[in-house]
Design a protein. Structure first.
Length: 86
């Protein structure tokens, strides 16, 4: 008789794990409350506006660096925090 009384304790482990997994899945996924954008939203297309203006031109691959970069001057890019001795 003592074997039958402890059997429910073994069954509660997998059942509890399954219930916890399902509860967390439903809580974080909440698929029944989510908005189906593709089906429920009507998007009307508008004509493309704007213009293409040429700004600058670089020919060839002779320039290996961008003018004005500060890669080598890291001390000018990074400022050290100073603590007051007050």
């Amino acid at each position: 008789m003592s074997d039958d009384n402890g059997l429910w304790l073994l069954a509660i482990g997998p059942a509890g794990a399954t219930a916890l997994y399902w509860a967390l899945y439903r809580y974080y996924r909440n698929t029944d409350k989510s908005h189906a954008y593709e089906r429920e939203t009507a998007v009307e297309a508008q004509p493309v506006t704007g213009s293409d203006e040429k700004v600058d031109e670089v020919k060839g691959t002779q320039k290996t660096r961008i003018p004005g970069n500060n890669v080598g001057e890291y001390r000018t890019r990074v400022e050290r925090l100073r603590e007051d001795d007050g």
